[in-house]
Design a protein around this ligand. Structure first.
Ligand SMILES: Cc1cc2nc3c(=O)[nH]c(=O)nc-3n(C[C@H](O)[C@H](O)[C@H](O)COP(=O)(O)O)c2cc1C
Length: 369
């Protein structure tokens, strides 16, 4: 079957990947309610057409923290890529570059910070799970030296979240396919020991010692722009703005960390109302599967979005070419979505493009500052 959309790629990956690996990628936390809600919420938003506009010259490009990307979709940081394809993160970087967009490399990547940078043709960000000051200093410094453009701090893992499917499967990280950046420093890798079996999604220790007050410390290590990933509430978004963070990723980790929170597209609404329009760029991930989802996220205040699981589907299908194919499918769908809504550029996509299923998405007291 030649994949026509991302769901085709998902189906093919389900047939290709070993059962345990498939579950590792597909699984989410506990009852997987938030994961389902991520999709359901996108599906409940309706869009307004705007025909008979001159949309013959559409330009999908945008910038993220000043880096030009060919369309407003990036590749999310994700662990375990070498277990989906031998070339792992290097293939993903090549696929993202071929599609003209940015990849965020995860902390425990199977290939090192430098090995990925060597083959990347698009911009890179480096994602950090902080568990020890010395390790963080070492890795962010190397990321800067290798040309990564920003540090992405993932904040939504104050406690490990073993996926129950992984526990049942007895899934383990395969030796040698993770922690490429610390290949010669097993002593440092050992510092992150969590006292439970290593479940490859890289479960950080319970409390990592990094709090809002120490964001300046982190930023001063490199001076690179700081993006905070895993923002779920207006309060957190407002704190990020207060601390002068450069960008936030409204993310619930694809439902993989902490079940029971809202979907990200619901969360985006009050967050964009509260902190949109300032200097801090707002991105979103979790549940993006269609070009129309990208348009909906931009209409509700995101500058760009990221995809997580789909990168594994692309990798499993055809390595770098599969990742490029996945992104190009999304691009073609996004391009058509813009045309239907009478838009020629991402900047023209405004709130009038979408209808929310109910007003309850904005102004909830739970999300008030
Ligand atoms: C297999 C897998 C591993 C992941 N590992 C990480 C990680 O190491 N660091 C991180 O910040 N997010 C990680 N994520 C979360 C993604 O960055 C992203 O937030 C999520 O996948 C987006 O949702 P989606 O899969 O529905 O697109 C991982 C996601 C998956 C599917």
């Amino acid at each position: 079957m030649e994949p026509v959309n991302l769901y085709d790629l998902e189906k093919l990956a389900g047939e290709t990947l070993p059962h345990n690996m498939w579950d590792f990628v597909d699984a989410a936390c506990n009852d997987e309610i938030t994961k389902r809600r991520n999709r359901e919420a996108f599906d409940r938003i309706t869009v307004n057409s705007d025909f008979l506009q001159d949309v013959s010259n559409r330009d999908l490009t945008t910038t993220v923290l000043g880096e030009k990307i060919s369309f407003p979709v990036m590749v999310a940081p994700a662990g375990g890529q070498r277990q989906a394809h031998p070339e792992g993160e290097r293939a993903t970087a090549m696929g993202a570059g071929a599609a003209g967009t940015l990849m965020a490399l995860n902390t425990s990547s199977g290939y090192s910070i430098e090995e990925v940078a060597e083959v990347a043709t698009g911009p890179l960000w480096w994602q950090l799970y902080h568990f020890n000051d010395e390790v963080t200093e070492l890795l962010v410094t190397r990321a800067k030296a290798a040309g990564y453009k920003a540090i992405v701090l993932t904040i939504d893992t104050p406690a490990p979240s073993p996926k129950e499917r992984d526990v049942r499967n007895g899934y383990h990280a395969l030796p040698g396919l993770h922690w490429g950046s610390l290949r010669d420093r097993p002593d440092l890798v050992a510092l992150r020991s969590v006292g439970i079996p290593d479940l490859a999604d890289w479960n950080p220790p319970d409390f990592t010692g990094l709090t809002w007050e120490r964001l300046d410390w982190l930023r001063n290590l490199t001076g690179l722009p700081l993006v905070v990933k895993g923002v779920r509430t207006v309060r957190e978004a407002a704190q990020c703005a207060e601390y002068g963070v450069d960008g936030i990723i409204v993310s619930n980790h694809g439902g993989r960390q902490m079940d029971g929170t809202r979907s990200t597209i619901e969360t985006l609404v009050p967050i964009a109302e509260a902190v949109g329009g300032g200097n801090m760029e707002i991105y979103l991930d979790s549940g993006i599967r269609r070009g129309m989802d990208v348009l909906k996220a931009l209409a509700l205040g995101a500058r760009a979005v990221l995809v997580g699981r789909p990168l594994f589907w692309g990798l499993a299908h055809d390595g770098a070419r599969g990742v490029e194919m996945m992104l190009n499918i999304l691009r073609a769908e996004f391009d058509r979505s813009m045309a239907y809504c009478g838009k020629r550029t991402p900047a023209e996509i405004d709130r009038a493009v979408v209808e929310l299923p109910c007003q309850c998405w904005s102004g909830s007291p739970i999300f008030a500052q």
